[in-house]
Design a protein around this ligand. Structure first.
Ligand SMILES: [Zn+2]
Ligand SMILES: [Zn+2]
Length: 125
């Protein structure tokens, strides 16, 4: 598991979610979430630096910090940039109007927008 996955699990656990809901939210398998929570009871308040894994002190009322310092944040983004881009964006062709469009995180989209989706359904109905 990555430090980011641990942070995600803990963030949802803090909201009182059970392991099955956490698994659905994070895309991590339910077994992995369950065994992590069992092995780390009472640690859901922890936020780990996503680069080096050091617990990051949180200031109450402030936005959650996920890096111990700017150097770790930059290092994390530099090493994950390519991965993030590759996985997240797909260039697809709209089945209705034939235009190319970019889909974020979902390569199974068929239409560039809701209008094309609606028109395509109207035609076949
Ligand atoms: Zn760090
Ligand atoms: Zn279209």
């Amino acid at each position: 598991m990555t430090y980011k996955e641990i942070n995600d699990i803990n963030a949802f656990a803090r909201l009182g979610m059970g392991y099955q809901r956490i698994a659905a939210q994070t895309g991590i398998s339910a077994n992995t979430v369950k065994s992590y929570l069992q092995r780390h009871p009472g640690e859901s308040h922890l936020v780990l630096c996503q680069h080096c894994g050091t617990p990051v002190e949180q200031k109450p009322g402030r936005k959650e910090k996920r890096y111990c310092n700017d150097r770790c944040r930059m290092a994390y983004w530099n090493s994950h940039q390519d991965e993030v881009k590759k996985q997240a964006f797909y260039t697809l062709t709209c089945k209705h109007c034939g235009k190319e469009f970019t889909s974020y995180g979902n390569r199974n989209r068929k239409y560039c927008n809701r209008l094309c989706y609606a028109n395509a359904r109207k035609k076949t109905a």
